[in-house]
Design a protein around this ligand. Structure first.
Ligand code: NDP
Length: 332
């Protein structure tokens, strides 16, 4: 590479935990990629609720840190010992290492996947982490099939929008919960057969009404504390409780007897444990990109911000003002 090892790039950094205001726009030095690494100039960066957890300290990272778990960009330098990686390649990644809220970053080549040229930067940044999460939840954690009834909380959210579309395409009856009318309209467009506005109606009662008292085969609950008990109560006998996030806070512990009451399954999956090998990563990303290309998934990039204004994106996400995906754009 021709760039010197002392190149400066702009990044968002967190020096102390707290509200959106702790996201600072700073210049840092970026070096050359080492053995097995690549340097990527980011073109679009996905915002995820996990970025909020790290900023607040719900999940822990050593300070100071640059948040961000996904981006798509162009390779600007290739470290020693790598074959098949070239300057100019378009790649995307989702998951560890953290640090995508940056104009340019260094990554292990093993986490980066090639992006098909039919998929543009903003769509790739919107769909990598959220799409692979949907793939894992619907196809591997619990295998959704024709005839199943599924309940999806936060159905208009980034992950929620994809879960609804994909579960519908798999032939399930889809029930979704959202906070307002606008989000309800989006969820219906995304293939939710029944949308419940939980601020107006009790979602547990409504699910029992919709399923004639039988309950649902699986609940995908990313809200956590506020909804966990009601989600359990929505399940049919031998149903699957999948808690995969906690946007309202960590759920309270439950006694095993709560599961015994209906022979329920309970799991708390994390994307990284399902994409830890290169084969699993490529398979998961490949299935997501194929569903984007075929039109099964329509990607809603409903909110975009300059990278320097990441704080505004976080404030909106936490205030439940957003739907679909949020993407940050560096100036470059
Ligand atoms: P979303 O776009 O879904 O945003 C969160 C949504 O949750 C809000 O828009 C809101 O929708 C709803 N919500 C309910 N209660 C609250 C609350 N107290 N505060 C804020 N929002 C609330 O975010 P993402 O798509 O980025 O992520 C969705 C969830 O999936 C997160 O919990 C995230 O941690 C989890 N996740 C987990 C992964 C894993 O590996 N386990 C991987 C990826 C995501 P409404 O207005 O309709 O209530």
């Amino acid at each position: 590479s021709s760039s010197s090892s002392s190149a400066m790039v702009k990044v968002i950094r967190v020096h102390e935990l707290g509200g959106p205001e702790v996201l600072k726009w700073e210049e840092v030095e970026i070096g050359e990629p080492k053995e097995g690494e690549i340097r990527v100039k980011n073109k679009a960066i996905g915002v995820n609720f996990i970025d909020v957890y790290f900023r607040k300290g719900v999940y822990n990272a050593p300070l100071p840190f640059t948040p961000g778990m996904e981006a798509v960009g162009v390779v600007t330098a290739v470290g020693p010992g790598l074959t098949g990686r070239k300057v100019g390649n378009v790649v995307a990644y989702a998951g560890n290492p953290m640090g995508s809220y940056a104009e340019e970053q260094i990554l292990p080549a093993s986490v980066a996947v090639p992006v098909p040229s039919s998929i543009d930067f903003s769509v790739a940044a919107a769909v990598m982490l959220k799409g692979m999460t949907a793939q894992v939840l619907l196809r591997r954690v619990f295998k959704v099939e024709r005839g199943h009834t599924v309940l999806i909380l936060a159905a208009a959210g980034g992950v929620g929008s994809l879960l609804c579309q994909w579960a519908n395409a798999l032939g399930a009856t889809v029930i979704g919960t959202v906070s307002n009318e606008e989000k309800a309209a989006q969820a219906a467009q995304d293939g939710c057969h029944h949308v419940i506005i939980y601020t107006k109606e009790d979602f547990e009662a409504k699910v029992h009404e919709i399923t004639s008292g039988k309950g649902v085969n699986v609940v995908y609950d990313s809200v956590g504390k506020d909804t966990f008990q009601k989600s359990l109560a929505c399940l049919a006998s031998r149903g699957y409780m999948v808690n995969f996030g906690q946007s309202s806070g960590r759920p309270d512990p439950i006694p095993l007897s709560d599961l015994a009451a209906k022979s329920l399954f309970l799991t708390r999956p994390s994307l990284m444990h399902y994409t830890s090998t290169r084969d699993e990563l490529l398979e998961s990303a490949g299935e997501v990109f194929a569903n984007v290309a075929s039109g099964v998934l329509r990607i809603r990039v409903n909110h975009t911000y300059p990278l320097s204004e990441a704080a505004r994106a976080h404030a909106d996400l936490e205030a439940r003002k957003t739907s679909g995906s949020i993407v940050l754009f560096p100036d470059n």
